[in-house]
Design a protein around this ligand. Structure first.
Ligand code: AMP
Ligand code: GLY
Length: 426
């Protein structure tokens, strides 16, 4: 069969790589893809939001299945457009992708169906938000309702900061219309865990857990980023946590979406915080995580095509989703300056050392071919150096060893991805 993947990041490279392992697949296309993705897929010069062109491409090339990796096209309704044309596509429809697309929607859903999350209020007027803040406890969390590249969340230590935050989101419109509505929520403490799942509208199957490192600098300092590295499984995702989430969060979310007339098919990403009072939902995403996909998919035993098809056909209950009893660590190599200003266009050396057969993966995020055909840096997050190991300690050592194989000007990385692994072992 022929598969089209929509997206261009490290997540889409991991998805394309995993699809390439299926013997059901003869040809993979990726739109728009990147330099690394072209090792496993033919990259097509169509952007993820150009739905009409993507539909035309899928028809012209007799694509059997389209897989959408990114949030923007999903929230924008790409799945509805494909379905209307009779094309097979993996991902939630627009009315279900709102689970990620609107924080106000997801918070209201959790409240209505008693799914554990932080207490909150929603505001459409800056004046009302400010009035509310005057009696609130600090720190407090401000969230833009809509998509903001993972950057629309402000943690405010004082009233002054929070008032300035309301101005930033609602009046200065730092994230455009995403800030027309804001959610103000209780600040929670605890470890964060990412749990990805496959959903077919009724049944949910949980993938192995992962732990992200969102801040730019070592010691979880600096600005929030898309993610600077992560590992799977999380040693803090214990059986007790799993039991709690199975009882109160996972199936409850799928059932709630169904009850609302918004059946969810695709990947639900549960951003969880393990608070002293138990697990709470921080956020939902309607897609694989980036870089969570990079550490979870290399550990997945199933043919991913079977799982995608089962989600579309509503037969996920028949799938026995399995993961290797090993560990995987991904360290992101970024352009120095990310997530603010950075330079790009630098040649990347050392890619040939990676061999997936040995458990080393170089997932490309921001890369491209320059005019001379050389692979150069083309974004903030450039590469995801990913390695397997028999356990987290070995996988981390392997990943950091492999970060030395790759060089480019302005290479930046965190040196403490997985430092909590040591705490877990104590
Ligand atoms: P979100 O995009 O909602 O996942 O938020 C981004 C990051 O902000 C999360 O990964 C947390 O680190 C932090 N965060 C979000 N909500 C809260 C909260 N209620 N309490 C504490 N930290 C939060
Ligand atoms: N790594 C977090 C995300 O994909 O949203």
């Amino acid at each position: 069969m022929k598969v089209l993947v929509v997206g261009s990041g490290g997540r889409e490279h991991a998805i394309c790589w995993k699809i390439s392992q299926s013997d059901k697949v003869d040809k993979i296309y990726c739109a728009p893809g990147n330099a690394g993705i072209s090792q496993v897929a033919e990259c097509v010069d169509i952007k993820a939001m150009e739905f009409d062109k993507l539909v035309q491409f899928a028809k012209d090339n007799a694509i059997d299945l389209t897989v959408v990796g990114m949030d923007d096209p999903l929230v924008g309704g790409i799945v509805d457009v494909f379905e209307k044309e009779g094309l097979r596509v993996f991902g939630p429809r627009k009315n279900a992708a709102i689970l990620e697309g609107s924080k106000a929607f997801s918070k209201d859903l959790m409240k209505k169906y008693n799914i554990p999350t932080a207490a909150y209020e929603t505001f459409t007027s800056a004046e009302d938000a400010k009035e509310y803040l005057k009696t609130a406890e600090f720190p407090i969390v401000l969230k833009a309702d809509g998509l903001a590249l993972g950057k629309g969340v402000l943690i405010c230590g004082t009233l002054e900061e929070a008032l300035a935050g309301v101005d930033e989101l609602m009046l200065d419109k730092k994230f455009g219309t995403a800030g027309d509505t804001i959610v103000i929520e209780e600040f929670m403490t605890g470890r964060e865990v990412s749990v990805l799942s496959f959903v077919d509208g009724n049944t949910i199957k949980i993938m192995s857990s992962a732990q992200d490192h969102k801040r730019a600098l070592d010691g979880d300092q600096g600005l929030n980023t898309g993610g600077m590295g992560n590992f799977s499984p999380s040693p803090f995702y214990t059986e007790e946590v799993d039991d709690f989430c199975k009882k109160y969060i996972y199936q409850a979310t799928v059932d709630a979406m169904k009850a609302e007339g918004r059946p969810f098919k695709g990947v639900i990403f549960f951003g969880l915080m393990l608070t002293p009072k138990g697990p709470r939902v921080l956020e939902y995403n309607a897609r694989f995580g980036d870089p969570e996909a990079q550490v979870v998919l290399p550990r997945m035993k199933n043919d991913i095509i079977d799982v995608f098809e089962a989600c579309i056909d509503g037969t996920l209950d028949k799938v026995d989703l399995q993961f290797e009893d090993n560990a995987c660590v991904c360290v992101v190599l970024a352009s120095d300056g990310y997530p603010l200003e950075y330079k790009k266009g630098y040649e990347i050396f050392g890619q040939e050392r990676f061999n997936d057969k040995d458990g080393y993966y170089l997932f490309h995020a921001g890369t491209k071919f320059n005019e001379e055909g050389k692979v150069v840096t083309n974004g903030g997050r450039v590469l995801g150096v990913t390695a397997l190991g028999k356990d987290l300690v070995e996988a981390r050592a392997n990943a950091y060893k492999a970060t030395e194989w790759v060089t480019f000007a302005n290479k930046y990385m965190r040196h403490d991805i997985g430092r909590s692994i040591d705490e877990a072992l104590k």
